[in-house]
Each structure stands twice: as structure tokens, then as C-alpha cells.
Design a protein around this ligand. Structure first.
Ligand code: ADP
Ligand code: ADP
Ligand code: MG
Length: 448
């Protein structure tokens, strides 16, 4: 096992990895930006090294500074967390070239799966159902128009390098297509430096169901159930839960097996996620693979009892999976709620919930300054229970205990959301936020 690893990330995920290292007797080295010098990961890691100013390109995305620090600090491996360099094939390659283990899959796998259109191709070749759409990158607006006519409107234009909901545009008609194509392309160019586009049929308000995969370097691949991430705002997840209320045992097993087939087709190792959209008739389609740990991984940890970060470290160190598919027994229901800051500023007072079945993953504390430079997520509340209703009741009481003063956040909205009848029924889809957020906001106003 590794003696010392570098964590190339910040916030709650950096803390999550540091805690895992402590439990495994591994030293941690956190690299940080000047904006994060008072952050909890910096205090809690074994060693902390400042690598640059606040701007991510000068610090958390500064590949040279990170590799240099890893060498200087004699780190065996680098954990990239999520976001930042976690899906950057070039960075993974630099780690490999410098004899540092990248805690994730190989640079080749990241490259193949990170390019969403080529991942689509690989899935088609391996009988994994994909959304009807492009066979190749779109080369012109004319080609896009022809393809849209063939598959039928509405369509979704997607950036092949896309992520985090960026570089995606819907088009409901020929008239809308050109604008959608141009704006998605421009957004992709600015965000990813790559404006390759492809097209999928727009599935109207699908369910977003993803499967957690674990695979070792010997080819053992298992799935750890699904997560329903259909509560999204602008294609970004707000609340995730497992098991999903819309899957029965048969469909769960079928999708799980397809997810394992998809991971095997990619020769995948490490923790990874196969994302699907599921339509009204319960047809499911692969949309992408995330070749990293996800924000919502604790949901799966709570229902399976498996520490996914620990498994990532073991796999990266060359160890075989310690569990097989038969060992995965889902006995709990878990829900994660993301707490996002709506404004930057200083948290004057903070009180986190705790107690039976409540887990909090966060790097903030009373006096912490939420900086405008990074992602707005300041923490996650994860609850588990024996039934879905028990988990929902627990989430409500956890959010009632939560106090955040000094900045605005979304937690009051999330608390009210847990009372919405569509959420309670559990068959909500990705249209939930658009359809119901105003009603929920009005409850809030009336309540005040
Ligand atoms: P998850 O399924 O883990 O929630 P997200 O797509 O929401 O994945 O992304 C996780 C984090 O990574 C978010 O903070 C998001 O802003 C960021 N992120 C995702 N993709 C990219 C990307 N290509 N470039 C930069 N940041 C990204
Ligand atoms: P990202 O890399 O930004 O996460 P995804 O391809 O995973 O992009 O899509 C993000 C979200 O957009 C999905 O969770 C889903 O809600 C929606 N989406 C993606 N593809 C489709 C589609 N073909 N039809 C309808 N919704 C889709
Ligand atoms: Mg996605």
C-alpha cells in the first residue's frame, strides 16, 4: 500500500480523502491555493503545500506545480478527487511518466471515455444501448440538420468534451437548431478548448439513473447498485438517492449487467460510474461514463457499507477487489442533499446536524470564508434509513437542525422539496425542478 499520497483537490472531497488516508495509515499531502490557506483540508492533512494563487489555472489546474510537489514530497500516488484534473488524460499521463500512481484509471481509458462521442461508439460496438443520434462528430450545421430530420425533433446538441452540464443545448425545431449548435459550440470552446459536437435525440424529462462500478486491474468488475440523480437544476444534480423508486429487481439487474459490460468494454479499472437516462417506457440508454469518484458516492457507501475511496486506493495499489458481486447486498435507503452557497461571503455561525443515520461531508466551519473562485457546493448531508420514508424523515430533521448564518444557501429550499408530493412518490424525473421549483419557492414565501 502507498506510504504517502498527494491530494490534488480542495473542499469536502479533499477532506474525505484525507480521512480515508488516516484510517489506512497513509500520509497525505494537500496542495492548495492562497485562497484556501485557512481551509480544513490544509489543517488536517499530514503536510500542506501552497502551489499558487486563487485562480484554479494557477493552482488546482497547474499540472507542473502539482507533479513537482509530488516528486519533492516523495508521494507514491496522486488522488485527483472530482472536477479539476480528475478527468484530464494528459495529467494522468504525466503522473504515469513520472512514476507516480494516478488514483483512477489509466490515461488511455480517461481519454477514450472522456471523449463522449467515441465512448458512444464503443458502447454501440458492445451492444450497450445508447440514445439514438450521431455516429460521428458533426462536421457542419447542414449535417446536423440532416441528422435531426432523420432522428426527429427535439434533439440535444452535446459537446464531446463536455462535463458539468456545460456545452449542451436543446433544439425543438429546424429554426432553433442553428442557434443551439453555435452557442453550444462556443460554450464548449470556452470551457473545454474543444468544440467537437454530437447529437442525441432529446428524451423528454427522463430519469437520470447511474450505476456505480468497481473494477480491479485483473478484470474483476462489479456494480454497487444505482443512484437516482433526477433532481437537477440546469443539468446539475441537487439531490441523489438509492435505491431508485422506479427500478424493480429485474430492471436493476439488467442495467447493472449492462453497466458492467460497458466498463469491461472500456477495460476499466478503479471506481467509475455509468450514467443512463431512462424514458417513460423504462427504456434505458447510456449517456456517458464518469472515470472518477463522484460527488454523490456516499449514497452508495451508505447502502452497501463499502468505502469507495478505500477501494480506489486498494485498486490503484494493484490489489484485487476484496468483494464479489454476491457480497453486494442493499439493505438501506440513502439520500444525499447538496448544500450550495448562493453568495460568497463569511459564514458567521454554523451548526451541522448529526445523530443516528446522518452523515455530513463538508469543509466549512464558523468563520469560514466562502470564496467566489470555486464551485458553490459547501457541503453534503447524507442520511440513511431502513425505508425510503425513514430516510426522508431523517433528511427533514437533519435540515431542520442545520444553521448557516452569514451567507445564503439552498438548504431551506431543499427542506421544503422533501415535502413535495411528486418527490414523496419517488417517480420524479429530470423535469422536476423546472416544473415544481416555483411552487416550492412560493411555499417558502408564504411560510415567512
Ligand atoms: P457528479 O456526477 O460527480 O456530480 P458533476 O458533473 O456534477 O459530477 O461534476 C462534479 C464536479 O466537477 C462539479 O464541481 C463540476 O462543476 C465539476 N466538473 C465536471 N466536469 C467538469 C469539467 N469537464 N471541467 C471542469 N469541471 C468539471
Ligand atoms: P455531463 O457530462 O455534463 O454530465 P451528461 O451527458 O451526463 O453530461 O448529461 C447531463 C444531464 O443532461 C443528464 O443527467 C440528463 O439529465 C440530461 N441529458 C443528457 N442526455 C440527454 C438526452 N439525450 N435526453 C434528455 N436528457 C439528457
Ligand atoms: Mg453526466
Amino acid at each position: 500500500m502507498f506510504k504517502r499520497i498527494l491530494i490534488a483537490n480542495r473542499g469536502e472531497i479533499a477532506l474525505r480523502i484525507i480521512r480515508c488516508c488516516r484510517e489506512m495509515d497513509i500520509e497525505s499531502v494537500i496542495v492548495y491555493s492562497q485562497a484556501d490557506d485557512k481551509s480544513l483540508p490544509v489543517i488536517m492533512a499530514t503536510h500542506a503545500v501552497c502551489i499558487g494563487p486563487a485562480k484554479a489555472t494557477k493552482s488546482y489546474l497547474n499540472q507542473e506545480a502539482i507533479i513537482e510537489t509530488a516528486i519533492k514530497m516523495k508521494c507514491d500516488a496522486i488522488h485527483p478527487g472530482y472536477g479539476f484534473l480528475s478527468e484530464n488524460a494528459e495529467f494522468a499521463r504525466k503522473c504515469e511518466d513520472n512514476g507516480i500512481v494516478f488514483i483512477g484509471p489509466s490515461s488511455d481509458i480517461i481519454k477514450n471515455m472522456g471523449d463522449k462521442q467515441s465512448a458512444r461508439k464503443l458502447m454501440i460496438e458492445n451492444d450497450v444501448p445508447v440514445v439514438p443520434g450521431s455516429k460521428n462528430i458533426l462536421t457542419s450545421i447542414e449535417e446536423a440538420k440532416d441528422l435531426a430530420k432523420e432522428i426527429g425533433y427535439p434533439v440535444l446538441l452535446k459537446a464531446s468534451a463536455g462535463g458539468g452540464g456545460k456545452g449542451m443545448r436543446k433544439a425543438y425545431s429546424k429554426e432553433e437548431l442553428e442557434h443551439a449548435y453555435n452557442t453550444a459550440k462556443a460554450e464548449a470552446k470556452a470551457a473545454f478548448g474543444n468544440d467537437d459536437m454530437y447529437m442525441e435525440k432529446l428524451i423528454i424529462n427522463p430519469h437520470h439513473i447511474e450505476f456505480q462500478i468497481l473494477a480491479d486491474k485483473c478484470g474483476n468488475t462489479i456494480y454497487l447498485g444505482e443512484r437516482d440523480c433526477s433532481i437537477q437544476k440546469n443539468n446539475q444534480k441537487l439531490l441523489e438517492e438509492a435505491p431508485s423508486n422506479i427500478l424493480d429487481e429485474g430492471l436493476r439487474a439488467k442495467m447493472g449487467e449492462v453497466a458492467v459490460r460497458a466498463a469491461k468494454a472500456a477495460k476499466y479499472f478503479s471506481a467509475g460510474t455509468i450514467e443512463f437516462v431512462v424514458d417513460e417506457a423504462k427504456n434505458f440508454y447510456f449517456i456517458e461514463m464518469n472515470t472518477r469518484i463522484q460527488v454523490e458516492h456516499p449514497v452508495t457507501e451508505e447502502i452497501t457499507g463499502i468505502d469507495l475511496i478505500r477501494e480506489q486506493l486498494r485498486i490503484a495499489a494493484g490489489m484485487k477487489l476484496s468483494i464479489s458481486q454476491e457480497d453486494i447486498v442493499i439493505q438501506k435507503h440513502a439520500i444525499e442533499c447538496r448544500i450550495n452557497a448562493l453568495t460568497p461571503g463569511t459564514i458567521n455561525f454554523l451548526h451541522f446536524p448529526c445523530g443516528y443515520g446522518v452523515r455530513v461531508e463538508s469543509h466549512v466551519y464558523t468563520g469560514y470564508e466562502v470564496s467566489p473562485y470555486y464551485d458553490s457546493m459547501i457541503g453534503k448531508i447524507i442520511v440513511s434509513g431502513n425505508t425510503r420514508l425513514e430516510a426522508i424523515r431523517r433528511l427533514r430533521r437533519a435540515l431542520e437542525e442545520l444553521i448557516i448564518e452569514g451567507i445564503d444557501s439552498n438548504f431551506e429550499f431543499m427542506h421544503l422539496l422533501t415535502y413535495h408530493p411528486v418527490f414523496l412518490k419517488g417517480n420524479y424525473d429530470t423535469g422536476f425542478w423546472e416544473k415544481h421549483h416555483e411552487t416550492i419557492e412560493n411555499w417558502d414565501r408564504e411560510g415567512k
